[in-house]
Design a protein around this ligand. Sequence first.
Ligand SMILES: *Cc1c(COP(=O)(O)O)cnc(C)c1O
Length: 435
Amino acid sequence: MSQRFFSTKSPQQFVDVKEAVLRSLPADNGLYMPEKIEPLGKEFWKNWREMSFAQLGYHIARQVFRESVPAEEMQRIVDEVVTFDAPMVTVKERQHVLELFHGPTLAFKDFGARFMARLMEYLTRDDEGLLTVLVATSGDTGGAVASAFHGVPGTRVVILYPRGKVSGLQEKQLTTLGGNITALEVDGTFDDCQRLVKSAFLDREMSEKMNLTSANSINISRLVPQSFYYFEAARQLEEGASPVFVVPSGNFGNLTAGLLAEKMGLPVKHFVAATNLNDVVPVYLQGGNYRPRPSIQTISNAMDVGAPSNFARMQNIFGDQWEEMKERIAGYAYDDEITRETIRRIQSETGYILEPHGAVGWLAAEAWRENNPQDDTIVLETAHPSKFLDVMEEELGQGQIEIPERLARLAEREKVAHEMQPDEEMFHAWLQDFA
Ligand SMILES: *Cc1c(COP(=O)(O)O)cnc(C)c1O
């Protein structure tokens, strides 16, 4: 049977996998969800602990996409995505960290972006012309998307980023790949970049002629591979253990992927949502009031989100019942000062180096453990410390953070970007030529 997808705003209407993945956002502004997610069967549980990470991922992906993607294609896709590990490190007794930063751009977003790229390639294999992915970025997402689509046949990517507003290394990630990746350096803000991208989608003729698609973080295909590593983590504990997953959260995609893993039968004792001062979800879990608001800037900036986009999916999973959600998810929020202090403290106590997002998670895990000291807590460490070098060196001093080879090498490569004014007509004219 194929999988069907519905919008959280119209649960009675279904689209197929191609529409859900290529359209990304339903017309009614809801979010796509798979119609049926069932627990994995006996056969799976008999040998899930012995499988390779990629094999494990294959079974999970099949459970979600079913016959919408043929088995051998899904196997190939997952094999191409899962080419690096997600090791779990025990930092203190029963206090674990799951390192999700061993991919090409050193953050967990590599899993989702790489899966989405290959799935899009598969879904458009019989279409005429290239698939053009348009993406506006304020930093990290663009790098993960560029790397994920780089060299994927039948696809090309146009990235818009605001001049002078992304870090030097981030800019290199966007502008040095070449091939099917094109960077536009916009003389404006991130909001300008987003406006330009939107205007291209609104131009139906252009949108159809260029096979435009967006690779934004709410795409359902990005969530699915994020479920893989919840299984991968759980099986690194002793048999029968039921971990508490602590998830540093911004748009809550990672946490939603954990909820999907649980629906597929993974034993989870509890979920803990950890945020910085952008604490809309922890506040909701406390009192049942959901009040999105403008974001506040922090040192864990990938979590500076005031209106988390996956909240609608979480609500859908819990049938819009606050009581149910707060039974399964605990929420904690921390400011920069204690986050910085935690980076220093854990390094000096254990030698382990947490980056700011992981440190927020660590604090939430400690809060949880106050009442549950016997639990195994697993903090998702979402990025490599070298991505936040300034903060890390302020806290730990220079020379403490190892810069991975692949990041260091980027610094030497030459930037290639086209300059663009924040002007819709100019942008459309450029796209016409590009097409
Ligand atoms: C994107 C990101 C997050 C937040 O993840 P969500 O799925 O949006 O909650 C946390 N840490 C890092 C390093 C990220 O890049």
